[in-house]
Design a protein around this ligand. Structure first.
Ligand code: C2O
Ligand code: CU
Ligand code: CU
Length: 525
């Protein structure tokens, strides 16, 4: 294995002081579990080589069938297991859309239960957003007309059925969605798919002896989110990517249910952030560590002329604050973990310079006086009144796989955890906010108990401030998801329509929180 030379505390400090003190984190050491050993790649194996099938261009006049159904997949080498997924694979096809077109993607349900699909980061009308779609029956289809009008970006699609999202995404209902913008081509940007332009979907799983991912739906999981012990990339554990010895573009997508990745290269080589959720940042930003919360995307440029390296992540210890004080909940990992290894192969292509200008700079407004404001408070409230029934209730039946003997106590425990926004758990038949089409507002997001990755459908935003201060370096540009550690002010422009029949939603992208009710609806009319 590789030596880890950068101190963990230094990393956490670089990553924005996400943990106030190293001391409580030491408690994490006690949490080492023997089971973690089972997840380690066997010594002597060459790893699991990533393949990058060409994206599917979805074009006007030719509906594309996106089939959700059962599939077989080997996360661990030579251990195929039954999963679900799109297009007969665990990791769905990469779909590519071009700005200025209006293609149709047809969801085909070959599962044995209802399903829907949401295009995370794509600006479409509420009717085609999928976020509050009640789901189509087995055998049914749903046509989403996707009018593409936004800058180039790395997005993703995933199932979004309330109460089931964490489980469905865990089981495989997710894929990559690329928006191309012919008018926004950037010179010197690596763009040969699968060679120097790689999409890497980051997730975490815990595997049983047969290589089957086990979703542990314990009370703790439902309250704090499930975190797996093994990092997988595009569905593979022990992933290896072959890259040329030159500058390579990595499109990173955090499709984990709860884990915030804090990414760095094992040899501490710097890299450049070139794009966030909704598109390019104005110019490349040099970083040593990049936090990526659930739902977020980032594109980075890494120079492999310096040879091979390994992309790593630090443990995701997470803080919970209450009247009784602050506790740090240790991650299942107590040391940095490998995400993906890179083999660098000789390259004869002429060296290209680093791009300088990626898109036009858009400074944040100097004054926001008179901009309408809303405030959303995200809470995990133990012992609050649980939501009635139906909407907002967790699908315990579907989530108790893998809980062994704890099921009864867990069910009792989860019934007393209440996920809310402004005191209310999600209800599909209630409209929480009404926004006027074409307006810009400041949304103040407050998270008193713990950090939440806040996500908004149907609109993009700029981060104006975090905890009353300037936004973090990596939170520049246009975004749709942001990790709110205490509070954040977002400048949101609403350009897509959604009526009460198919409203947009905003929610925590920690998927157990979303399923637990930390989600609200809004119309844009
Ligand atoms: Cu990535 Cu509402 O979702
Ligand atoms: Cu979304
Ligand atoms: Cu949350």
């Amino acid at each position: 294995m590789h030596e880890f030379s950068l101190s963990r505390r230094a990393l956490l400090a670089t990553a924005g002081g996400l943990l106030a003190s190293g001391a409580p984190a030491l408690a994490a050491k006690k949490k080492r579990r023997d089971a973690a050993e089972a997840d380690k790649p066997a010594a002597g194996t060459a790893g699991n080589r990533l393949a990058f099938p060409a994206p599917i261009d979805v074009v006007d006049g030719q509906p594309y069938d996106l089939v959700a159904g059962p599939a077989t997949h080997a996360f661990l080498k030579d251990k195929p297991v039954a999963v679900v997924g799109y297009g007969g694979t665990y990791m769905g096809p990469v779909l590519r859309l071009r700005r200025g077109t209006e293609p149709t993607v047809r969801l085909v349900n070959r599962l044995d239960r209802p399903t829907n699909v949401h295009w995370h980061g794509l600006l479409v009308e509420g009717e085609y957003d999928g976020g509050t779609h009640p789901g189509i029956a087995p055998g049914a289809t749903w046509d989403a007309r996707l009018r593409v009008d936004q800058p180039a970006a790395t997005l993703w699609y995933h199932a979004h059925l309330h109460g089931r999202t964490a489980r469905d995404v865990h089981d495989g209902l997710a894929g990559v969605l690329i928006v191309e913008d012919p008018a926004g081509t950037v010179p010197n940007l690596p763009s040969t798919w699968g060679v120097d332009d790689l999409a890497l979907v980051l997730q975490d799983r815990t595997f049983d002896a047969d290589g089957r991912p086990v979703y542990e739906a314990t009370a703790a999981t439902l309250e704090h989110g499930f975190r797996g012990r093994t990092m997988i990339v595009n569905g593979l554990a022990d992933a290896v990517a072959r890259v040329p010895q030159r500058r390579v573009r990595l499109r990173l997508i955090n499709a984990a249910g709860s884990r915030t990745f804090r990414l760095f290269f094992e040899d501490q080589r710097p890299f450049h952030l070139i794009a966030v959720d909704a598109g390019f940042v104005p110019e490349p930003l040099e970083l040593a560590v990049l936090p990526l919360a659930p739902g977020e995307r980032a594109e980075i440029l890494v120079d492999f002329a310096a040879g091979p390296t390994v992309l790593m992540t630090t443990p995701d210890d997470h803080e919970h604050r209450s009247e009784a004080g602050t506790v740090v909940l240790p991650d299942v990992l107590d040391a940095p973990a490998r995400v993906v290894a890179f083999e660098a192969v000789e390259d004869r292509a002429p060296k290209t310079p680093m791009p300088t200008r990626l898109c036009a700079a858009e400074p944040l407004p100097k004054s926001t006086v008179g901009v309408p404001r809303r405030r959303l408070e995200l809470r995990v409230q133990p012992n609050a009144v649980p939501p009635a029934t139906g909407h907002g209730a967790m699908d315990h039946g579907a989530m108790d796989h893998g809980t062994k003997g704890h099921a009864a106590t867990d069910a009792a425990a989860t019934a007393t955890v209440h996920m809310t926004i402004n005191g209310r758990a999600f209800a599909a038949d209630r409209i929480d906010e009404t926004v006027a089409l074409g307006t810009t507002e400041i949304w103040e997001i407050v998270s008193p108990d713990m950090s939440h990755p806040f996500h908004l459908h149907g609109a993009h935003f700029r981060v104006l401030s975090e905890d009353g201060d300037r936004p973090k370096l990596w939170n520049g540009g246009h975004k749709d998801t942001v990790l709110v550690e205490n509070s954040a002010e977002l400048l949101v422009t609403f350009t897509r329509r959604a009526d009460a029949k198919a409203p947009f939603v905003y929610h925590c992208h920690l998927l157990e929180h979303e399923d637990g009710g930390m989600m609200g609806t809004f119309t844009v009319l």
